[in-house]
Ligand binder design. Structure first.
Ligand SMILES: NC(=O)c1ccc[n+]([C@@H]2O[C@H](COP(=O)([O-])OP(=O)(O)OC[C@H]3O[C@@H](n4cnc5c(N)ncnc54)[C@H](O)[C@@H]3O)[C@@H](O)[C@H]2O)c1
Length: 372
C-alpha cells in the first residue's frame, strides 16, 4: 500500500482552485510511490462559502484558522496560497512542525523574509518547493533543452515580457497594497519571468530598473470610498547575465488588451526560440544550421512523448492547458517527499528571484545599476 501524504491547503480562491484541481488529478497521470490525501482546506475568516468550496474541490475538512492546519499532527504537507505577507509566518510555522511545503510565488515580500524561510526549511529538513510553475510548460522545457545542448549557440539576448490589463478596470484588491503584495507587477509578474530567465539562461549579475504607478487609487467595491495604490503598475528592467548575455524585461498589469501575455525570446549565435504562454503548447524555433533556403522561425508543437511531463498526459498532438503546469509541480513535489529530495524550483530559487526583485526596487529608488 502507498504511503499517504495528508495535505493542508492555506488559500481557497484563484490558486486554491488551481492547486486543488492539480492535487486531485496528479495521481491520474503520474505513478507515484505516495498517495496525496486532500485533508484540510483553509481560507480567511471572510469566507462564508468555505464548507461548500471544500466539498466542491474534494477536501475532507475545512477551517478558517491556518494554525489549526499547521498544528494538526495528521498533516504531512502544506500548500501556502495566500497573499505574500502571510507566506513567511505560515512557512516557518509549518517547517518547525515538520511539514513539507509548496509555497506560491513570490516566495516572500523581501529578500530578508525569503532567506528566513529558506533557513527554516533547511534547519527542519522538510521538502520545499516554490510554485514557479511555468518552468514545467513542455515548450519551456524544450527551450531549455535546446539551450543546454548548445543548439542555440552562445546566448546573446533574453527578452521577456509579462503583460496583463486587469488593473485598468479593477476595484481595490490586496494586490494594490505594498505591505500585503510586495512591489506590484515587479514581484507578481516579474518573479515568474525572472525565474524563467535564471532557469533558461543562468544567473544575473546586475540590473537597472524603472517602474510607475498609473492608477494612484482604486474604488473600494460597493462603497464610495477610494483606497491608495502603493504597488507598481508596470516595471521595465535591463540585466546582465554571468555568461555575458543581455536581458530586457517588462512587467505590466495595465497593458490594455493583454490578458496573460508571458512571452520570452532567447537569441543565440546559432538560433533563437520564442515562447508565448497564451499559446503554451508551441515554441517558435529558428536554427541557423538548417538549409538556408528553408530557414525561418517554425512552430514546434511541444507534445511529443520525449517531454517528461507530456508523455504522461495524452497522445501526441493532444494539447495541454495552463492548469496542467500545477499537476506537474505536484508530481515533482510529491516525488520529492517520496524520495526525500528537494524538487526544483525550491525555496532557494524563491530566494534567488527575490534577490533580483529587491535589487530592481533599489535601482528604481536610486536610479542606477545595482550589482546582484
Ligand atoms: N503561480 C501562479 O501562476 C500564480 C497565479 C496567481 C497567484 N499566484 C500567487 O498565489 C498567491 C495567492 O494568490 P491568489 O490569486 O490565489 O489570491 P486570492 O485573493 O484569489 O486568494 C487568496 C486566498 O488567501 C486566503 N487567505 C487570506 N488570508 C488568510 C489567512 N489569514 N488565513 C488563511 N487563508 C487566508 C483567502 O481566503 C483566499 O482564499 C499569491 O502569492 C500570488 O502571487 C500565483
Amino acid at each position: 500500500m502507498k504511503r499517504k501524504i495528508n495535505v493542508g491547503m492555506l488559500g481557497t480562491k484563484f490558486m486554491g482552485k488551481a492547486h486543488s484541481h492539480a492535487l486531485k488529478d496528479v495521481s491520474i497521470f503520474f505513478d507515484l510511490d505516495v498517495e496525496p490525501v486532500m485533508k484540510t482546506l483553509c481560507g480567511s475568516g471572510d469566507h462564508s462559502d468555505l464548507g461548500d468550496l471544500a466539498e466542491k474541490y474534494g477536501w475532507e475538512k475545512w477551517t478558517s484558522d491556518w494554525r489549526e492546519v499547521i498544528n494538526d499532527p495528521e498533516i504531512d504537507a502544506v500548500a501556502i496560497l495566500t497573499p505574500g505577507h502571510l507566506h513567511k509566518e505560515m512557512a516557518i510555522a509549518a517547517a518547525e512542525r515538520g511539514k513539507h511545503i509548496i509555497c506560491e510565488k513570490p516566495l516572500g515580500n523581501s529578500l530578508a523574509e525569503t532567506k528566513e524561510m529558506l533557513e527554516a526549511v533547511q534547519i527542519n529538513k522538510v521538502i520545499h518547493m516554490t510554485n514557479f510553475n511555468y518552468r514545467k510548460v513542455p515548450a519551456v522545457t524544450l527551450a531549455k533543452k535546446l539551450v543546454d545542448e548548445g543548439r542555440l549557440g552562445e546566448i546573446i539576448h533574453f527578452k521577456a515580457v509579462y503583460q496583463q490589463d486587469w488593473v485598468v478596470d479593477s476595484d481595490w484588491v490586496w494586490r494594490f497594497d505594498k505591505k500585503q503584495a510586495g512591489s506590484g507587477s515587479m514581484s507578481d509578474k516579474g518573479s515568474h519571468i525572472i525565474d524563467l530567465a535564471r532557469f533558461l539562461v543562468g544567473e544575473m549579475t546586475e540590473i537597472v530598473a524603472d517602474s510607475k504607478i498609473f492608477f494612484g487609487s482604486k474604488p473600494v467595491a460597493g462603497t464610495l470610498e477610494r483606497k491608495p495604490v502603493t504597488t507598481d503598475d508596470t516595471c521595465t528592467f535591463l540585466t546582465r547575465f554571468a555568461n555575458g548575455a543581455m536581458g530586457l524585461f517588462m512587467t505590466s498589469r495595465v497593458s490594455t488588451g493583454h490578458k496573460n501575455f508571458l512571452s520570452f525570446e532567447i537569441t543565440g549565435t546559432k538560433g533563437s526560440v520564442i515562447f508565448n504562454l497564451e499559446r503554451l503548447n508551441e515554441l517558435a524555433v529558428f536554427l541557423k544550421d538548417e538549409e538556408r533556403s528553408v530557414q525561418g522561425f517554425r512552430t514546434v508543437l511541444a507534445t511529443e512523448p520525449s517531454h517528461e511531463y507530456v508523455r504522461n498526459m495524452w497522445p501526441t498532438g493532444h494539447t495541454i492547458g495552463w492548469e496542467h503546469t500545477f499537476i506537474f509541480q505536484y508530481y515533482e513535489f510529491l516525488k520529492g517527499i517520496s524520495e526525500n529530495k528537494n524538487p526544483s524550483p525550491n525555496f532557494l530559487d524563491g530566494v534567488k528571484a527575490q534577490e533580483i526583485i529587491d535589487a530592481a526596487l533599489k535601482s528604481v529608488e536610486e536610479k542606477r545599476w545595482i550589482k546582484i
